[in-house]
Design a protein around this ligand. Structure first.
Ligand code: MN
Length: 486
């Protein structure tokens, strides 16, 4: 990566601004980190350069990209905050200070998780740009994880999946969220990742490309005739989301990913409707699948036209049609709003950030705070913790039995009770994000209870229970005798 590439990227979206500050920041960082190497063996300066480039990609403003370039200087070099402030002014110095504060996490296990989350929310409510820098910093660290020992790789991947990725989703920065998730997936579930990658990237790819060629040969001449400038992309599905879907719905790969998806980005809203018209005349639309999120945006502000048509060979093809601005907003979320809004509005905070600030004033207890900040940002996954502080990711509404089987088959088979946040809980109780759960086992117990099938949520728990219940005829008889199976 070079500073020139960053400057060019920045000028794409900010053609009238003076990029001199970027070059100065680069010179300063290169001098400060001079001679330092990353664990991968690369010169250290590559890390801030990549961080800054990703910031330019999400249309960050000048002070934010400058911050990306010098974000590790006070922490890792002989230069101080005072040097940063003297050279780059108070705004950049405050941003850099924000990043440094975020990096200092003292605790381990569940306390670390809470402290981390609280710091992220605090930083967001002070200046959301600190979070943009932190995300890009983290993404580059993830991309260079191979330089670290395996235990550290797993810890960083886990932490990213628990904290960074959900918050990126909450801010609507989907591009970063997906990139982070796929790298974490690779390190946390290497085998699953490889299987899916093989299937999706290798086996299906040729088939997919061929099919898109057919669509293009029908569509592109028509767009040309209508004089519409377009950007056409085959929609990228990220592996981790396919994996989650397969787990949740308990389905095979083919059933999940048999849908072709395309995105058309055009200059104006007018063009969006013209493209829609062309698509609908070329192919028969699937009933009830047309959505006009331009006329009626989604509550989170998302805009686009969606339609599904029966393409060649009668296969279903999803189209998303939108302008560049809509596209940037969908990919970069709040970061894009930042870019598209006028300067005067830049102090704006989304509603939920304001709420967090209010809640923080009232509640000093961190665990209480986290419960109050609605954790539905964590989509349909929850994270629970063992007494040792290990985090386990489970689907929503999971129970202590799901956790027990996630830890170990024997723990599941021998589970008799659970202590949830220091209180005695029930085995069918719904777990909540952040719960600290200890499974009580009875070593003399050999088999799971078939009744557990009524409430478990994970495939793993269900499979194990069935497997052990099937084992001997005795077990199958037992369940008809009341009281015997408890
Ligand atoms: Mn860094």
């Amino acid at each position: 990566m070079t500073i020139d590439r960053i400057i060019n990227k920045f000028l794409e979206k900010h053609p009238d601004e003076d990029p001199t500050m970027l070059r100065l920041a680069y010179d300063f960082a290169a001098e400060a980190h001079g001679g330092q190497l990353r664990k991968t063996g690369e010169p250290y300066i590559q890390h801030p350069l990549h961080t800054a480039y990703m910031l330019a990609e999400i249309n960050a403003d000048l002070p934010t990209i400058v911050t990306g370039l010098i974000h590790d200087v006070p922490e890792d070099t002989d230069y101080t905050f005072e040097d940063v402030e003297k050279n780059f002014g108070a705004e950049v110095a405050t941003l850099v200070a924000g990043i440094t504060k975020l990096g200092k996490i003292k605790y381990r296990g569940i306390e670390r998780y809470r402290e981390n989350l609280k710091k992220m929310f605090l930083a967001m409510s002070t200046d959301i740009r600190v979070i943009f820098v932190k995300f890009c910093d983290r993404l580059h660290n993830l991309r260079t994880l191979e330089g670290l020992p395996p235990s550290k790789q797993r810890r960083i991947a886990q932490e990213t999946l628990e904290i960074y990725a959900p918050i990126a989703g909450m801010l609507g920065i989907w591009r970063l969220k997906w990139q982070m998730e796929d790298i974490c997936f690779k390190y946390l579930y290497p085998q699953k990742f490889q299987e899916l990658e093989q299937e999706y990237e290798v086996e299906k790819k040729a088939e997919r490309n061929q099919y898109f060629q057919k669509i293009k040969s029908d569509l592109l001449p028509r767009l040309k005739d209508a004089n519409i400038k377009y950007d056409l992309e085959v929609r990228f599905k990220h592996l981790y989301s396919i994996y989650l879907k397969m787990q949740r719905k308990d389905r095979k790969f083919d059933e999940i990913y048999d849908v072709f998806a395309l995105r058309v980005v055009v200059p104006t809203i007018d063009d969006c409707y013209k493209v829609l018209g062309i698509v609908h005349t070329l192919w028969r639309p699937k009933p009830n699948r047309f959505k006009d999120y331009i006329a009626v945006p989604k509550p989170n502000g998302y805009r686009s036209l969606h339609t599904t048509i029966y393409g060649p060979e009668n296969k279903a093809v999803e189209f998303q049609i939108r302008t560049q601005e809509m596209h940037d907003e969908a990919m970069y979320g709040l970061a894009a709003h930042w870019y598209y809004k006028s300067k005067s509005e830049k102090g704006m905070q989304p509603m939920w950030v304001k709420e967090i600030v209010e809640i923080q004033k009232e509640i000093s207890d961190t665990s209480e705070l986290i419960r109050n900040i609605k954790l539905d940002i964590f989509n349909d996954r929850i994270f629970v913790f063992s007494p040792k502080g290990d985090a386990f990711e489970l689907p929503e509404y999971s129970t202590p039995i799901d956790l027990a089987y996630a830890i170990h088959t024997n723990i599941g088979n021998q589970a008799t009770g659970a202590i949830i946040n220091d209180r005695l809980g029930k085995l069918d109780q719904e777990l909540k994000n952040g719960d600290l759960v200890e499974i009580i086992t009875d070593k003399s117990r050999q088999h799971p209870n078939r009744d557990w099938l009524k409430f478990v949520k994970t495939k793993r728990a269900r499979d194990r229970i069935k497997q052990f219940a099937k084992k001997g005829p005795l077990e199958n008889i037992k369940r008809f005798i009341p009281g015997m199976n408890r």
